[in-house]
Design a protein around this ligand. Sequence first.
Ligand code: 6PG
Length: 243
Amino acid sequence: MKLNTYKTEKEVLEKLAEYFATVAQQAITTKGMFSVALSGGSSPKKLYELLASEYAKKIDWRKVYFFFGDERYVPHSDPNSNYLMAKTALFDPLRISESQIFPVDTSVEPRVAAQKYAETIQQFFKGEEARFDLVLLGLGDNSHTASLFPYTAVLNDKEPSVKEVFLEDQKMYRITINAPLISNAHHIAFLVYGEGKAEAVHHVIEDKTDINNYPAQLIKPVGGEVQWFLDNAAASNLTQQSI
Ligand code: 6PG
């Protein structure tokens, strides 16, 4: 695990954009393509806008294939849709072809949506083990990542897959790739900034193992690497040894 901490949110975003470009170029050079699972929520929007502007000419976007680490179970036109956020911030400005984008189909029942997405991923990887080149992740202030929420059944998965998760408090479903599928990625990058995440960052990185309370602790790369991109505010509860 590599921790990258920077003074400001702006620096965090710039460094993660650089990292994204490096990993993308490596994959495109060696394999002729780059597969990335995008994270949702509010933190990554500015990263996507930065990639779509400063990096528009620095990456061969025709070779990039976009998946979603998780999706809210809402129509793609819903303001809460991770797909809509990425479409607005990244896909439309870069004129990404629909053939390179794999949204979660939220027009079917949650369980079917999860099964269909698992099949979509399997087809993309042509039945080989699904290993994304990069999985981008955020961190909730309750230590969830993707839609791996505290005390949900998906936390017990042992095999890579995609599952539906019902959030009691929000009375809504999410569709998420599970921890084994995330951990199979060649590169995993957490983007976390702001004081409000400092406690969760400490729990996940330094606290005792407690998967139900700190689900992001499940993310342990199998043969790949995990890097954290943090501002000082989000890293402020870490002891010196970790930094
Ligand atoms: C989502 C995300 C989720 C997110 C965290 C942090 O769909 O909401 O995938 O895991 O990364 O909840 O969200 P913020 O960046 O909005 O704080």
